[in-house]
Ligand binder design. Structure first.
Ligand SMILES: NC(=O)c1ccc[n+]([C@@H]2O[C@H](COP(=O)([O-])OP(=O)(O)OC[C@H]3O[C@@H](n4cnc5c(N)ncnc54)[C@H](OP(=O)(O)O)[C@@H]3O)[C@@H](O)[C@H]2O)c1
Length: 413
């Protein structure tokens, strides 16, 4: 389907939680966009998001108490899916039904990470969005992190062109654990720290290794080795802490998910040159807050980024007291001592450039560079890592077994 360019894109959001607020705050750095609606099951949450959108001057953002009503509003061009992983497919199916029945005039859907919990679900997401004739974007913010954009541009322009392509990308994302019960439940979330966080790491690493003049598919995954463990949160004290905070449905004494994951992927480019992705993610890291570490190595060069080695730091003595918060850095663990501060989290984490890219492409009627096909490729890499961890063996591609594979913790095992 082709779409005429529009002067401005009107977006509607599904979800009112942590990431919905992050997206709204980032949109103040994006042109040609207004927020024209939010769907939530809860009136207080709808009102909070409406008030936030209005206070940021992003648009009227009326609340809708059904997804159908949001999609049918006639005032919305694109939907941002920002609800939990277990709601993905149902949300996409409703959008599909409304568009196919001619009750919606939307042109595009952007979906948060991970695109799905299994390869089967991911393929269905792609099928639905394409059969509905919609444009689609995969919201992987790390691909749009400002240090990733700048670092990749410099390395590929100056170093890789003269001395050869990079051969190793390392990506790590770690924090002290997610903020809502469903993340800790393998069946709802799809897994543990691997599916929650390594979706970022494998994709940003694949992106760094991809020649900027070639499509992402120019790299093929050849093999995967994964390892998962529960290092911290199944210890009795911590398992009880989770149960106290989230209720009996989060039972890490009996049904833990992994809080640590390691993955190694071997890829090959069109010339048969081999390269490696090394990813580590965990919910067992207690430092100042969320830490993203990235490295890329090539024959005569390297780049590195550590989100906690920020230029701005503040020191607060033991006499400074006050409420706990996340005002210095995401998943902050302390309010005292020497603390790193990210002065523009939305920019450094990539939300601003991500949304700018999605808005501009959708507005012009074009497919974003990061789209559902990339989301599907990420799910395939993650399923290979889970299967490898379960079998304690290297998984080689092609691997038909991945099509119906469900990770152990998502199976309730
Ligand atoms: N890119 C990133 O770094 C990043 C970071 C965090 C999260 N995420 C992703 O963003 C998504 C949401 O995460 P979050 O942290 O925002 O979660 P959250 O804080 O738990 O918020 C989820 C929101 O979804 C809504 N919701 C829950 N169940 C729903 C259902 N059955 N149907 C429709 N809406 C439902 C809830 O709103 P109501 O109760 O008001 O309906 C809730 O406010 C997840 O897929 C997560 O993986 C990405």
């Amino acid at each position: 389907m082709t779409f005429e360019p529009k002067d401005a894109l009107r977006i509607g959001i599904v979800g009112t939680g942590f990431i919905a607020e992050f997206h709204l705050r980032s949109l103040i750095g994006v042109r040609n966009v207004t927020v024209h609606g939010v769907y939530s099951r809860n009136k207080d949450n709808r009102d909070r998001i409406t008030a936030l959108s209005q206070s940021l001057d992003l648009g009227p953002c009326p609340g809708f108490d059904s997804l159908e009503a949001l999609v049918q509003s006639g005032e919305i061009d694109a939907i941002w899916i920002l609800s939990p992983n277990h709601t993905r497919l149902a949300v996409m199916e409703t959008i599909y039904d409304e568009v196919k029945a001619g009750r919606s005039s939307i042109r595009a859907v952007a979906c948060e990470k991970p695109l799905a919990r299994t390869l089967r679900e991911a393929r269905r997401m792609v099928e639905l969005v394409e059969d509905a004739g919609l444009l689609h974007g995969y919201l992987e913010n790390q691909v749009f992190c400002t240090p990733v954009i700048r670092g990749k541009e410099i390395i590929w322009r100056r170093a890789a062109r003269t001395t050869g392509r990079p051969y190793l990308a390392r990506a790590a994302e770690e924090h002290s654990g997610p903020h809502a019960a469903w993340f800790w439940q393998g069946d709802k979330q799809g897994g543990g720290a691997l599916s929650d966080m390594m979706c970022h790491s494998v994709e940003v690493a694949r992106h760094l290794l991809t020649d900027p003049e070639k499509p992402r598919e120019s790299l093929k995954v050849k093999s995967a080795v994964g390892k998962v463990s529960t290092l911290k949160w199944s210890r009795p004290t911590y398992a009880d802490e989770l149960a106290e905070k989230y209720g009996a449905e989060v039972d890490f004494r009996n049904r833990p998910t992994e809080d640590f994951a390691y993955g190694q992927l071997v890829l090959e480019d069109e010339d048969g040159t081999e390269m490696v992705i090394e990813a580590t993610t965990s919910w067992a890291y207690v430092g100042a807050g969320l830490r993203i570490k990235l490295e890329m190595l090539g024959p005569e060069y390297s780049m590195e980024f550590d989100s906690l080695s920020s230029g701005l730091k503040v020191f607060m003595s033991r006499r400074v007291s006050g409420a706990e918060g996340e005002d210095l850095v995401e998943k902050q663990n302390s309010e005292q001592g020497l603390m790193p501060v990210l002065e523009d989290e939305a920019g450094v984490y990539g939300y601003t450039d991500e949304n700018r890219h999605m808005v501009e492409r959708f507005r012009k009627g074009e497919l974003p560079d990061e789209n559902f096909h990339d989301g599907l490729a990420v799910v395939e890499m993650m399923m290979a890592l889970y299967l490898s961890a379960e079998k304690q063996a290297t998984v080689t591609f092609p691997c038909p077994e991945l099509e119906d594979y469900v990770p152990l913790v998502a199976r309730g095992a």
